[in-house]
Design a protein around this ligand. Structure first.
Ligand code: ADP
Length: 466
């Protein structure tokens, strides 16, 4: 490079010094300056400019020391001016380029993977973070089609996302990419659109942060919450064992009684077939009752992924309350049920929602053991909450028990908070996580006339919106 510049400068000097041409040959030194600007730093460039001016002056002196004239002096001055201006402009240009490069280098400092792609999805810039995350070097990635290189999995049809992006100028969402080694990474992706001065889309800058680990942790947490919910559900069922045994035993005892009666009707000298038939019908009815209880229990004990289906809250509540019915009568608690027939359905898991209702009802029944039987009243309500923007379903479970000290209300939902000698303190904590997973809210308040009121608010399922 340096040798070429020197050779060029020497050639210009020789032509300038010995040529008889009446021309500003020295202007050609600007080529030397421009050429040097591509590889020299500030100091080198200044020296080159100065050397070119020196050579111009030297050949002028050699050529015109004797026959000095105005036009050749002017040509010399023009050449010197041209070299000076070119040197200064090159310096300025170098400075601007360096500033731009430094700014671009900043993008390499971030841990996020950043790349720029044209409107046709062709990668034009690829930062260090992208090299690290995806495994392709800048040279390998630039020029490739981004979605093909990364095997992008979009959350919605790609065409829809691209249209949204063009319209809004930005897009944000989760994507799944495949690295060079073939591993899947989940990224939080943010896109910004660059437009030209007429507003036409030019390029997109895509910033991707790796959330694979976070996603994995979230899924593991979700899984363990589901397992915990299952375990506490089984524990709750343990609390109900006495009632459940009674619930099943009653129809079974009836089956035996009916069976004996049937045998008696058949054992007569003239068997009474009509009575025998009705005894068998009773047996069938009682057998069904027992099997219904078992079916409800099995549904509650089932384990598995939480459902996301439309649930009729009233119907789920009725079924859940059937399981605590005996508990209510054993504790001599009166049930005051008020279900609003017009409540919309909610989206979620029927069994989990029943688990919450059973938890709240059992807590209430247990708390009311502290007040005289005549005052024990469990009020269970459903109602529709509606405002201009949204509609929700509210379930309220209120008791006439002793309640809690107001300062303890915030503690109730903490895991392991229990005032019972045999309490685990998980019931309310699990209930809250179930309701929050349904995008709902659960709150505890003290009733005016004494006792606690738990209210669960769930957003209605979109499709049931009138
Ligand atoms: P556990 O029933 O195992 O104690 P929970 O999380 O279901 O666990 O309840 C935590 C605590 O909240 C209970 O120990 C009790 O002190 C209080 N609590 C819950 N429901 C009521 C209620 N209806 N009335 C009074 N106290 C209640």
């Amino acid at each position: 490079m340096l040798a070429m510049a020197t050779a060029l400068a020497t050639a210009i000097f020789i032509i300038d010094t010995i040529s008889p041409l009446d021309m500003a040959i020295a202007v050609l030194y600007v080529i030397v300056v421009l050429f040097s600007a591509t590889y020299l730093e500030r100091r080198g460039l200044l020296l080159t400019g100065a050397a070119c001016i020196g050579l111009t002056v030297l050949s002028f002196t050699i050529m015109h020391s004797e026959n000095y004239n105005l036009s050749s002096t002017m040509r010399g001055v023009v050449s010197v001016a041209a070299i000076t201006v070119t040197t200064l402009l090159s310096l300025k240009n170098q400075h601007a380029t360096r500033a731009l490069r430094e700014q671009a280098d900043l993008l390499d400092l971030t841990h996020d993977a950043i790349f720029v792609r044209t409107v046709d999805d062709i990668i034009t810039y690829w930062n260090h973070g992208a090299e690290e995350l995806y495994g392709w070097t800048r040279a390998q990635a630039v020029g490739q089609r981004a979605s093909a290189l990364l095997h992008t999995v979009f959350p919605e049809p790609q065409q829809d996302i691209f249209e949204q992006f063009q319209r809004a100028g930005r897009w944000e969402g989760e994507l799944v990419h495949t690295t060079r080694e073939g591993a899947s990474v989940v990224v939080m992706s943010r896109w910004s659109l660059q437009r030209d001065e007429r507003g036409r889309p030019l390029a997109a800058m895509e910033t991707n942060s790796d959330i694979t680990e976070r996603k994995r942790a979230e899924n593991a947490l979700h899984q363990s919450q589901a397992e915990l919910a299952h375990v506490t559900r089984i524990t709750t069922m343990g609390e109900l064992t006495a009632s459940i045994a009674h619930e099943i035993n009653q129809p079974l005892a009836a089956v035996v009684t009916n069976g004996e009666a049937c045998l008696r009707w058949l054992g007569r000298a003239i068997p009474d077939l009509g009575e025998a038939k009705s005894a068998v019908e009773q047996m069938i009815r009682n057998g069904r009752r027992a099997s219904d209880v078992v079916a409800r229990l099995r549904a509650l004990a089932r384990r598995g992924e939480a459902d996301r289906v439309p649930v009729d809250v009233n119907e789920a509540m009725n079924d859940a309350l059937l399981l605590v019915e005996r508990e209510l009568s054993n504790h001599r608690v009166a049930l005051d049920l008020s279900l609003d027939r017009g409540v919309p359905r909610v989206l979620g898991d029927r069994v989990q929602l029943q688990q919450v209702v059973i938890n709240l009802a059992l807590n209430a029944i247990q708390a009311m053991a502290a007040v005289p039987a005549a005052r024990r009243r469990l009020r269970v309500e459903t109602r529709r909450l509606a405002d201009a923007s949204a509609s929700a379903v509210q379930i309220r479970i209120a008791d006439t028990g002793p309640g809690v000290e107001p300062e303890n209300i915030p503690l109730l939902f903490n895991a392991f908070y229990s005032t019972k000698s045999d309490g685990m303190g998980m019931g309310l904590s699990i209930s809250r996580s179930i309701i929050e997973a349904h995008n709902g809210l659960v709150a505890a308040t003290l009733n005016e006339g004494g006792g606690m009121c738990f209210s669960v608010t769930l957003p209605m399922h979109e499709e049931t919106r009138p």
